[in-house]
Structure formats: structure tokens, C-alpha cells
Design a protein around this ligand. Structure first.
Ligand code: FEO
Length: 395
């Protein structure tokens, strides 16, 4: 499969309709994904990125239908991660001398992954590669999201090849942003940002400002996953600036795990209290044992405050809550407030543990949390609602 992106730029990647888990088990891909690779056929021919290893043979066979591989003058590896470099060994078996343009870190990582002494050509920001009438300009983008990441800009066609940045794990037979469901598209975009780019937000702002300072005309953004931005590509750049700037909506998310529904009852009563205090706040509840982890993180990303609930078990917290806390610690959320609650039988350490871990993860806890024994009675339910009201007042 291939299609024309613009003029002599062709998509030659792989749509992975079946993918449901990415990065091992780390990232859920409810709508599959694509590995986008681009072939630029100017006077000189350049191939931008490849696809994930399991599709290497299929990818190279497909490419051979489109071009004699020996006519590929340059390979550009914007990012070394396996989902974009995985087909390089198979491709390089056919064209072993073809130069691979990448950053210094890119060459180091590719050597570490594949142990091959390919013809690496190291590039940095501002370096160019002539394709005849048009040229590629490289912009290194370290830690967006790996140390090796870089963008490539094609003059004439005014296309930014951004690799992972501005991408989404999303599949469609219509590979352009103006042809797909906008709600689905932006949900996948924000999920991608929340789960992958959140810790790098200061770098996102810096890099976008740097690229904007070049005043390059921009007609398209060709990402390495999901759809291509051709209708107002600046819109996703603006979204990234918004998301990178400690984004939050008027939302409180309550995330909990529960053994015998007492902590669940507390969650629902606290939610009712919040709504009584402020009907404009969106309150969302998620039982973490039944919720996809990446979807939960996306809701945390959108929230101005979260409440975490867990029963106490063996002097600790329930495993799904622990897992979310571990994830959130790495993501380094900022300017979000938090609280903790939970039901217990005799020792009741969970709330204190959650409060401490929330603080360690950068959340500002605004009270001492709420603990209750056994099943909440009417008086306890009222106390939960009062806690919800007080939580809103403390924001
Ligand atoms: Fe799509 Fe960081 O690889």
C-alpha cells in the first residue's frame, strides 16, 4: 500500500489495525496505529523512517513495488525507536551502503539496537540535504521524546516530518486530518501527549518556539503515527503549546479501587458533595481495577484536581492504585491538587500512603484525607459529601 501525500512525497508505511498494546503492555491502542514512512522522489530520493520489525519484510516488499531500492539515495532516521527503525536491518540487507542521516545519539542508539556499522551521516540543527530543487533541513529535538529525536523539513512542499511529535495511535483508511472523526482524533492526540510527552513539556514549549522562530512556511505535518495534518496543521502545534503549559480543565477526577464497595461508596458520595458545591465542575469517577491505565492518565492530565481512593490491605494500598501512582510519579504532573480517601477495617494506612505518594509525584494535597471504617452509614455518607464540598472550597 502507498499513497501520495503531496507532489513527489509518498506514504509507504504500515497501518496496524490489530495493535491493542504498544511499548509492550505500557500503552493501550484501542484504535490501532500506523507506522508512517515517507518516500520523497525528487532528483535525489530520500526515505524517511521505516516501520516496526514484525512488518519489515512486508514493508521492504511493498517498497520494492514502488521503487528500485538501489535508487534510494538517502535514508533519514528521525528517531531510532524500534517502531520506526525496525525494518532497517531488512532494508539495509538490500542496500548496505546507503547513507543513514540521523543525529549523533541516533547513530549510537541504532548501533546499540542492531549492532551494524552502517554508513551513518551525523546531522544537527540547521544541516541540510539537497534533493535537487528541494532540500531537507534537520532540527534536532532531543528528549522529544528520546535523546536522538529530530525533525526534518522539506522546502518547496513545506512539509515538516515530525516523527512521534504531533502523532497519535489512531488508524483510518483516510490518512488525513480533514477526513477523520475530529473527536476521535483529538482524544487520541491528548492521550498521546498525556501519556508520553507530559514530562517533557518545558522542552516542547522551547522546541516549538525555536521552530516557529525559523519562520518556515508550513503546509503539512507528516507524523510517524496516525494521520497526516494537512488541514490547518498549525492547530495541533497550538494544542501542544496549550497542553505543555500545565494544562487543566474544570474537572475533578476521582480514581479508586475497592474491595467490598465501601471505598466506592465513599467515592460516589464525595462526588455528590463536589457537585453540590459547584455544579459547573465536571466530576468523573473511575474504578482503576476496571479502567484502562492510559485512559485514566489522560483524565488526570485534564483535571485540575484528583482524588485517589483505596481500601487498606496488609497495611498498604491496592495494586491498581499503586500502579497509577507509579506511573504518575514518572509523568511529573504540575500545578494539580489532590486528596486521598479510603475505607479500612483495623489499621487504615492507605490514605496516608497515598497522600505521601501524591506529594512525591508533584501534587499539592490540600487536606489530611478522609478515612472511614467498614461500611459507610448515613452519617459517614454525609461526612463524605461534606468532605467533597470542603475539597472544592480548598481548590
Ligand atoms: Fe513511535 Fe518513540 O517511537
Amino acid at each position: 500500500m502507498s499513497f501520495t501525500v503531496k507532489n513527489n512525497v509518498h506514504w509507504v508505511g504500515k497501518i496496524d489495525w490489530e495493535l491493542r498494546k504498544f511499548h509492550g503492555d505500557e500503552y493501550s491502542t484501542h484504535k490501532g496505529s500506523s507506522y508512517n514512512s515517507y518516500l520523497i522522489k525528487e532528483d535525489k530520493v530520500a526515505l524517511i523512517d521505516t516501520v516496526w520489525g514484525p512488518f519489515a519484510k512486508e514493508y521492504v516488499e511493498n517498497l520494492e513495488q514502488i521503487i528500485d531500492l538501489k535508487k534510494i539515495d538517502y535514508i533519514v532516521a528521525c528517531h531510532s525507536e524500534n517502531d520506526h527503525s525496525g525494518a532497517l536491518p531488512e532494508l539495509m540487507r538490500h542496500i548496505p551502503q546507503t547513507p543513514i542521516y540521523c543525529t549523533k545519539n541516533g547513530a549510537k542508539i541504532l548501533k546499540g539496537l542492531y549492532h551494524q556499522d552502517w554508513n551513518f551521516q551525523i546531522v544537527k540543527t540547521g544541516d541540510t540535504l539537497s534533493l535537487g530543487n528541494k532540500e531537507l533541513t534537520f532540527v534536532s529535538a532531543p528528549m522529544l521524546h528520546w535523546p536522538d529525536s529530530m525533525f526534518a523539513y522539506l522546502s518547496g512542499d513545506e512539509i515538516l516530518f515530525s516523527n512521534d511529535a504531533f502523532g497519535q495511535h489512531y488508524t483510518s483508511e483516510f490518512m488525513f486530518n480533514d477526513r477523520v472523526d475530529q473527536a476521535e482524533l483529538f482524544q487520541e492526540c491528548i492521550k498521546y501527549y498525556a501519556n508520553i510527552l507530559t514530562p517533557f513539556s518545558p522542552l516542547v514549549i522551547k522546541k516549538i518556539n525555536e521552530v516557529l522562530s525559523f519562520n518556515l512556511p508550513l503546509d503539512m505535518i507528516c507524523t510517524s503515527h496516525g494521520i497526516i495534518w494537512r488541514d490547518n496543521p498549525a492547530q495541533i502545534v497550538e494544542k501542544y503549546m496549550e497542553w505543555a503549559n500545565n494544562y487543566q480543565e474544570n474537572q475533578i477526577t476521582i480514581l479508586y479501587d475497592t474491595m467490598w464497595n465501601s471505598t466506592r461508596t465513599m467515592a460516589e458520595q464525595i462526588a455528590a458533595g463536589i457537585k453540590e458545591a459547584d455544579s459547573q465542575i465536571a466530576v468523573k469517577l473511575y474504578n482503576l481495577a476496571k479502567t484502562d491505565k492510559n485512559d485514566a492518565i489522560t483524565e488526570v492530565f485534564k483535571s485540575k484536581a484528583i482524588l485517589l481512593g483505596s481500601s487498606t490491605i496488609n497495611n498498604g494500598i491496592l495494586v491498581h492504585v499503586a500502579s497509577l501512582l507509579e506511573e504518575m510519579q514518572g509523568l511529573k504532573f504540575k500545578q494539580k491538587k489532590a486528596g486521598a480517601f479510603g475505607s479500612y477495617g483495623w489499621s487504615g494506612e492507605a490514605v496516608k500512603i497515598m497522600q505521601e505518594r501524591l506529594e512525591k509525584s508533584g501534587f499539592e494535597t490540600i487536606d489530611q484525607g478522609l478515612r472511614m471504617t467498614w461500611v459507610p452509614d448515613e452519617e459517614s455518607k454525609l461526612a463524605c459529601r461534606e468532605y467533597g464540598k470542603a475539597f472544592v472550597a480548598g481548590l
